[in-house]
Write a protein that binds this ligand. Structure first.
Ligand code: NCD
Length: 447
């Protein structure tokens, strides 16, 4: 294998915007003749480790590697691997990444699992979907398809519809849309809105502001609602369109991205009256030129009669998954060089140890799941004001901490007090509240 530093794709943020655009061009080259590339990755082996069901993601990765001339080994059913005997993901990837395989694609039900795999494997790891967290390669396929369809991404009006809370495809997609300067209209099924931590990140990292959108023109798309949230990146070209960003009229839609209810992640929540795209709903004037997208599998959210509509591009998204994934793997294996540099900051370094007491609030995070046995809880500092905002290094869920203790003296202070400011960064231990600090044996100062 070529001697290139290991790069992983855990989050869509692990690729810079320029790199993504360059990968589109490589995907275009691969797509033009899928049969011409069987020497490019000859000798390389990809392992797919899938601990959750999959059709498209796994098979398109395997097809992509075979088309590049490489080989494939696959663990597609957790019941047939040692995870059924209790082996950890960390041990599995340590073994498979190396003499068994040169690149790993991992799908796992727990949020943050892909970051664990990336840390423990010696070879590049691609996130094939980790819990409700992210699914960056689906986003590459979605962006690539939309970019081909519309010729650009900047300034597009994209409606995200259905289960926005648990759909990992949605989370990666909206970070990318914000980065490319597209505007997002969210039309969730009630109770399945974009999670707070995603909105926070959109705001903090991409300067996205939220307005109310009037969508009277689209009855039936989001179960009866005629207002929606409008998310737009704080960029001059967009603000120029709306002098008063409090209420936006959505009268032109470039794409509607529909998702299925992620039932495996929210047992028991009713999805009666889940939105459904039909010929009638798509007859709205605002949707005249809207591409209809879906990561698939479709259950009932898009009528079969819509399949023949020229605006429907969901099978195209799946088809383009092969050349897109060929481009990504050829890049990660060092067989295709990109001119663009990677993202300015990469979330690969070590963060702040969770230390005594602090735990990720996301019950579906791998640090509260299988990782309890072997992972040290770890956080990154996002911002500090009157309190510090940390985020879990694995699943990225935010956590507000109000107390800081000294690792040696075990004295603890409110975050905004002089006592706290006097503690050197390396000596700091964070707590959400007094009770947590006391339970860990720290003495809380009254200042
Ligand atoms: C998606 C997934 O697994 O998150 N499927 C896919 O990879 N295309 C979407 C879904 O399962 O709803």
């Amino acid at each position: 294998m070529a001697d290139v530093p290991k790069r992983d794709l855990v989050s869509i943020d692990d690729l810079s915007t320029e790199e993504i655009l360059e990968l589109f061009h490589h995907a275009e080259e691969f797509r033009q003749n899928l049969h011409e590339w069987s020497d490019l990755c000859r000798g390389a082996i990809m392992a797919t480790l899938f601990f959750e069901p999959s059709t498209r993601t796994r098979l398109s990765f395997e097809s992509a590697m075979l088309r590049l001339g490489g080989g494939v080994i696959s663990a597609a059913d957790p019941q047939t691997t040692s995870s059924a005997k209790g082996e950890s993901l960390a041990d599995t990837v340590r073994v498979v990444g190396g003499s068994y395989a040169d690149i790993l694609v991992v799908r796992h039900p727990e949020d943050g699992a892909a970051r664990v795999a990336a840390r423990y494997a010696r070879v590049p790891v691609i996130n094939g979907g980790d819990g409700a967290h992210e699914h960056p390669t689906q986003t590459l396929c979605d962006l690539y398809t939309l970019w081909k369809e519309k010729g650009r991404l900047q300034g597009l009006e994209v409606v995200l519809c259905g289960d926005l809370r648990y759909s990992r495809t949605i989370h990666s997609f909206c970070y990318a849309l914000a980065r490319f300067g597209a505007n997002i209209v969210t039309m969730p099924y009630p109770g399945f809105e974009l999670p707070e931590y995603v909105l926070l990140r959109l705001k903090r990292d991409f300067g996205v502001q939220t307005a109310t959108a009037a969508v009277d023109e689209l009855p039936g798309i989001a179960s009866g609602a005629n207002t929606a949230a409008y998310l737009t990146a704080h960029k001059p070209h967009q603000l120029a369109l709306f002098t008063n960003l409090t209420n936006v009229e959505v009268n032109r839609i470039d794409a509607i991205y529909m998702t299925r209810a992620q039932r495996e992640r929210h047992e028991g929540q009713s999805t009666l009256d889940y939105p459904r795209l039909t010929r009638r709903t798509l007859g709205a004037a605002a949707a005249k030129d809207a591409s209809i997208m879906h990561p698939l599998p479709r259950v009932d959210e898009i009528d079969y009669e819509v399949d023949d509509d020229p605006r429907s591009i969901y099978f195209r998204q799946a088809e383009l998954g092969v050349p897109m994934r060929m481009a990504l793997m050829a890049f990660l294996l060092g067989k295709v060089q990109l001119r663009a540099s990677g993202p300015a900051t990469q979330a690969t370094g070590r963060g702040i140890a969770g230390g005594a007491g602090l735990r990720c609030r996301n019950e579906r995070c791998i640090t509260n799941g299988e990782g309890v046995r072997y992972l040290e809880r770890e956080f990154r500092l996002r911002s500090q004001d009157h309190a510090a905002m940390l985020c879990c290094s694995y699943c990225e869920r935010e956590l507000e901490v109000r107390y800081v203790g000294h690792a040696q003296t075990r004295a603890c202070h409110r975050f905004d007090s002089p006592g706290a400011r006097a503690i050197k960064v390396q000596q700091r231990v964070y707590f959400e509240n007094e009770a947590q600090a006391e339970a860990a044996g720290f003495t809380v100062s009254g200042e």
